[in-house]
Design a protein. Structure first.
Length: 237
């Protein structure tokens, strides 16, 4: 009988982490300590996953979980992930989204170097690139604090692979949506339209939107496929 693999998912309470937690592994989620214990995205997984408290601002908390559980795979999905808010909190965005990723990479390198590491990257690393088609060969042109922080994390993920021989990969996702998305960007816009109110949503390209369960499948495949160690920037859906 095959031994069940173990995955640590940082940012498990978001839509991305909650779908990824359904992949059938032994799952250890890392979530920030908060007084709000209503984690509706993972309530259905109660008793099937373990949740530990940790924070990308607190390196030792991440190291403790990685060292204690010795996972086969580590997924870093956590970030200050609202580009507009990153202008209001540029330093916090850098500490969480950029340097926080470094803390996870260091924890993997020091305590579990055989683990496969996945970094959730973003289309924002391409920022203002004026191109109809964006693929892995498009130039980086991040133009907001969030995108720049994500680009730092993306490049460090590549650097740790090349410099230390770790298995690291990054998924460059475009907009992705599901009923579990906290901001409900699309569903709220539909509600605005239904009530006759001006919609805050401007959708230029419908083919650049992803269905999150499909993205979760692609994310898990990046780590599961030994030869696929390069980033993927195609929308999944």
């Amino acid at each position: 009988m095959a031994v069940q693999k173990r995955a640590v998912i940082i940012g498990i309470t978001g839509q991305d982490g909650s779908y990824l937690a359904e992949k059938g592994y032994e799952v250890v989620g890392i979530s920030r300590r908060t007084t709000n214990h209503q984690n509706e995205n993972i309530n259905h997984l109660g008793g099937r996953i373990a949740v530990e408290y940790g924070d990308l601002l607190d390196g030792p908390s991440i190291e403790r979980v990685i060292a204690d559980y010795q996972p086969d795979e580590v997924y870093n999905l956590a970030a200050q992930s609202v580009p507009a808010d990153s202008w209001k909190q540029p330093v916090v965005t850098a500490k969480i989204t950029a340097v926080g990723t470094m803390r996870v990479l260091e924890a993997v390198r020091r305590h579990c170097p055989t683990a496969r590491f996945y970094q959730a990257t973003s289309r924002e690393i391409y920022g203002g690139v004026q191109s109809e088609v964006i693929d892995e060969f498009a130039p980086y042109h991040a133009n907001n604090p969030y995108g720049i922080a994500k680009l730092y994390a993306h490049l460090m993920t590549e650097t740790y692979r090349d410099s230390y021989g770790l298995f690291t990969c990054g998924g460059i996702l475009f907009n992705h949506e599901s009923p579990r998305r906290s901001l409900h960007k699309v569903t709220m816009a539909v509600a605005y339209i239904k009530t006759g109110s001006p919609s805050p949503l401007l959708m230029r390209r419908a083919d650049r939107w992803c269905w999150m369960p499909s993205c979760a499948w692609a994310t898990s495949m990046l780590c599961a496929t030994g030869g696929m160690r390069q980033s993927s920037s195609r929308p999944c859906g």
